[in-house]
Design a protein around this ligand. Structure first.
Ligand SMILES: N[C@@H](CCC[C@H](N)C(=O)O)C(=O)O
Length: 279
């Protein structure tokens, strides 16, 4: 049976979106998602996202499979793409400009802004070692600027969960990082029992950071929304940036704010439709 899909991207972090609103389980299995995501033999994407019926009072549920078939808790660029996709699916019958989306990391709220961007309430960052999870510190301690041995080198890392796990390292020159070889070593390091997303950051100034990312289950991507949020939190915790900053990724810019009012993280960026098809 052919399944309809729409391809979207958020700053080059690309996803296959499936209208799954009539069933509460994804219409394709993780191993099929691997084939769909293949850039040579499939459609090509960093992940597959399903728009499912809402749970626990939410408007919709988002589930996502990474390109390796694993299921992450959250996806920042993906939830902006989902909001744009839902707008398209609902068409003229839409009555509000925001959605409450149930995810494995809790309820997230994307809102359409006047300039065509999407601002997402990404919830509270989680900092305890048991919440990442990581064995780098005692369960109820934070991992801020702590040494980690990877590839015979000591890296000072800060760990933040945005529902999914992130390990952040501040470096002098982000372009000089051999992401393709070092990324997998971080991802599969024994200190991270559920694997890890890894971000390398160059601080340009207190409101502008450059980032490159190796994603758990997807490898090098052009952008990572949850990663950009985690990076801002890590920057504040290390006193390297302010609570509002632009994060420059290979695919473009994200605006991130860690609100002093409610301590929640807000991410603003684009989501663009690429094409539709049947597979
Ligand atoms: N690219 C995403 C994150 C997708 C999930 C990640 N690979 C994981 O396994 O946690 C984003 O924009 O946040």
């Amino acid at each position: 049976m052919a399944i309809e899909f729409t391809k979207y991207h958020g700053l080059g972090n690309d996803f296959i979106l499936i209208d799954n609103r009539s069933a509460s389980t994804p219409v394709i299995k993780p191993e099929e998602a691997v084939k769909w995501c293949d850039r040579h033999f499939g459609i090509g994407a960093d992940g597959v996202i399903f728009a499912l019926p809402g749970e626990n009072g939410a408007d919709y549920t988002m589930r996502i499979f990474n390109s390796d078939g694993s299921e992450p808790e959250m996806c920042g660029n993906g939830i902006r793409c989902l909001a744009a996709f839902l707008t398209e699916l609902e068409g003229v019958s839409r009555t509000k400009d925001y959605y409450r989306i149930h995810t494995l990391a809790g309820v997230m709220t994307p809102q359409l802004t006047d300039d065509g961007q999407i601002k997402v309430d990404m919830g509270l960052p989680r900092l305890l070692a048991q919440e990442i999870p990581t064995t780098l510190a005692a369960a109820d301690s934070k991992v801020i600027n702590q040494p980690l041995e990877v590839a015979e080198k000591t890296w000072d890392v800060t760990c933040v969960s945005m529902g999914n796990p992130h390990c952040i390292t501040f470096v002098e020159d982000v372009a000089a990082i051999p992401l393709e070889t070092i990324g997998p070593k971080f991802e599969h390091h024994p200190a991270f029992p559920q694997r890890i997303n890894t971000e390398f950051i160059e601080v340009v100034n207190r409101n502008y950071l450059k980032m490159r990312v190796w994603e758990r289950g997807a490898g090098i991507t052009l952008a990572c929304g949850t990663g950009a949020c985690a990076v801002l939190v890590a920057g504040v915790l290390n006193d390297l940036c302010d609570r509002t900053a632009t994060i420059e990724l290979p695919g473009g810019l994200l605006e991130i704010e860690w609100s002093e009012v409610d301590q929640r993280i807000y991410m603003t960026g684009p989501a663009e439709r690429v094409f539709t098809g049947k597979f």
